[in-house]
Design a protein around this ligand. Sequence first.
Ligand code: ADP
Ligand code: MG
Length: 436
Amino acid sequence: MYHLEELNQLEQAITASPDNVYIRFLLIQKLEAYSQYQAQLKDHLDALLRYDRQHIEAKKMLLKVYYTQKKYSAAIILGEELLDAENLGAPEKILLAKAYLKENNHGRAQELYMEVVALHPDRNDEELDKAFRMRETGGDDTDIGEDSDFMEKPNINFSDVGGMQGVKKEIDLKIIKPLEHVELYKQYGKKVGGGILLYGPPGCGKTYLARATAGEISAKFINIGLSDILDMWVGQSEKNLTALFDKARFNTPCVLFIDEIDALGAKRSDMRQSAGKNVINQFLSELDGVDKNNDGVLVIGATNCPWHLDSAFRRPGRFDRIIFVPPPDAQGKEEILKIMLTKKPTKDIDYAKIAKNTKDYSGADLEALIDIAVEEKLEEAMSTGVPQPLTTKDLIRATKKHRATTVEWFQTAKNYAMFANQSGLYDSILDYMKKR
Ligand SMILES: Nc1ncnc2c1ncn2[C@@H]1O[C@H](COP(=O)(O)OP(=O)(O)O)[C@@H](O)[C@H]1O
Ligand SMILES: [Mg+2]
């Protein structure tokens, strides 16, 4: 019973000089080693902190004691104080996350736990894993499954895309042709691969065009948002990214469409720098095809917020072809309207007139416009009992009920263009705005 003797002596020393923080902490460390002394441990921690309010190690121990004693809200208050002062290590953060979980604050629990695991992948906690980890690690079991919702075989092609002559041509030259003539390109020492990035206001057909690109070359189409990948679980994002790229490589020819490419940049700030950087680096090396063959994989990224884009993406060989997808011009709008109206009853539509009356409309806006007009026709048909075809007048009337959604985007873009036009990213936007 050597330890009892030692504890007794320390107790005596402290009784003699209760303000000796050093000796008291020695005793505390001894007590901590034995689970039967929880009550004494707590008393001594309280006493020590009365003499030294800033004793971080003591506070960390107290956090553990609170947790063991199931005093979760006390643990949280203390834990948050330590966390704010950046005085928590991984084990204590896990403990705090568990306290949140016990108190049903799942959001905070998950956030904190993800942060820990992102930085220390080997630190895991069974209880938290069970609560938050969506998929098991290990095995060949990839997260992006064989017949996942992510993959499809599109039934549209370039002929279903109105306008966009320039963009279509660029895609054809820069990614379709190389894919069809891999050998030829190689003979000339040209690397096939890399990605293109589409950016522009929402609803102007980025996703639609990517899907049509896959259809154009009878390729498979994988459509995933970058935030999906990140959300799958920060600590496993890198693994998920690899699985995603592997799936594309396994299903060539394949268009791998990654939407919200800006999410990486945006997430970076709230994820703690290094974790976000890991994901970015992993993404870039997958894109570069460093140790794997990306032949037959076309990567198309898209973003509505190019200003949040990490500049690392713009280096050569990556998203080095960055293409602005503007709202449709008059001719584009006419084409889009024709495509959208083919299967609807219409009469003598003056496409040019509608195009002229839909300033700043995106493709999605035109779709909305038709929806509104159709609904009114339906209502009319219900009351008269006689269905009538859509006319120019119906569509023009509908423009009063729908406002163009691209205007706001250009406002924002303009601000960024003025203050941060690095690498001429905004030149196309400014050009477009001048002509508008
Ligand atoms: N150029 C276009 N031709 C035909 N339809 C278009 C075009 N642009 C947009 N659309 C229609 O608008 C919808 C929204 O476009 P989407 O590709 O989702 O825009 P974005 O990805 O740029 O936000 C599409 O599903 C499509 O029906
Ligand atoms: Mg989209």
